[in-house]
Design a protein around this ligand. Sequence first.
Ligand SMILES: Nc1ncnc2c1ncn2[C@@H]1O[C@H](COP(=O)(O)OP(=O)(O)OP(=O)(O)O)[C@@H](O)[C@H]1O
Ligand SMILES: [Mg+2]
Length: 325
Amino acid sequence: MAKKLFWLFVLVGVCFGAAGAALSAVLLTQQAYAPWLSLLLGLLLFAALLLLAKRLSAWLLSPLVDMAKDLDELEKNAPYPELLPFIETLRRQQVQKDENLRQRQEFSANVSHELKTPLTSISGYAEMIETGIAKDEDVKEFAGKIHAEAGRLIDLIRDIIKLSELDEAEPGEEMQPLSILPIAQDTAGMLAFNAEKAGVDISVSGCYAQVLGRRELLEELIYNLCDNAIRYNRPGGFVRVSVTEDASSVILSVADNGIGIPPEHQERIFERFYRADKSRSKSSGGTGLGLAIVKHIVIQHGAELKLESAEGKGTTISVLFPRIS
Ligand SMILES: Nc1ncnc2c1ncn2[C@@H]1O[C@H](COP(=O)(O)OP(=O)(O)OP(=O)(O)O)[C@@H](O)[C@H]1O
Ligand SMILES: [Mg+2]
C-alpha cells in the first residue's frame, strides 16, 4: 500500500511538472494566443488529472473491494500487510456479531419454550373448568394451579425485562459509594420467611466496606444468591452471607451447606435458562435466569465471580468488587 501511494505521488508530481513546463513554454513563445491557449491547456490538464485520479483510486481500492466480497477469508485476501490489524479487528467484530446472533436466537427459542409450558397448563385447567370436566370440588385446586402458573409467567417476564435492561446499560452507569452489609441485611430479612419455611438458618456478618454500585442491582444480586442458597438446601441447613475486604477487593460471599453443584454443571450455571437441578428449580418456580442476572450485575460493577461447590456438601459464590481508590 505504502509503495503504491509513493508511486502515485511520483506520478502526479511528474504530471504537474510536465504540464507546468509545457504551459510556460507555450506562454513564452505564443504570446498572442496565450490566454486562450493557457485556458484550453488548463482545461485539458484538469480533465486528464480527473481521469487519472479516477483510474488510480479504482486501482488502489480494487483489492479492498475484492477483500470485502469474502469476509470469511479476510486474512487470506489481505491485499496489503498494513491492513492486517484492521482485518483482525473486522474479523473479531464479525465473530462477536455471529456469537451475539447465536445467543439471541437461542434465547428466543428458550423464552418461547419457557412461556409455552405454563401457558399450556393454564389453558388446560381453564378448559377443564369451562367444559365442566372439572368437578365442583376440583375448581378451587385448578384455580390455584392457574394462579401459580400465571405467577411463574410474571416472574419469567420480569426476569427477561431485567436482563434486557442490563444488556442495554453501560457498565459503571449511575454508580455511587455504597456499603454492601446493610443491603445484605435487608435482603436477608426479605428472605427470612422463605428460609424459615425451608428450615434453613440465614445469617449476615462482616464489615461496612464501601463499593461503587447501584443499590437496586446489588439487592437483586444478593437476593438471587441467597434465594438459591435457600432453595437448593436441606432442612437444618444454613446460609451465611459475609462481607470482607482485602488489599484489592471487597468480597461478598454467600455460602450454604446445601445440595451442591456437580462439577459438570459448574461452568454453565451462569448461562440463561441453564439449570443443574431441573426438577427442584421447576417445582419451586425457578426460571433459570437468576444467575444470568447475577453475572450481568457483576459485569456492570466491574467485579469478579468465584464459585466453589462440592456435590452434597454445599456451595459458596463470592463476588469480588474493586475497592474504591
Ligand atoms: N447455591 C446453590 N446450590 C446448588 N445449586 C445451585 C445453587 N445456586 C444455583 N444452583 C443451580 O444453578 C441453576 C441456575 O440457577 P439460577 O438461579 O440461574 O436459576 P433458578 O434458581 O433455577 O431459577 P431463578 O431464575 O428463579 O433463580 C439452578 O437451577 C440450580 O440447579
Ligand atoms: Mg435462582
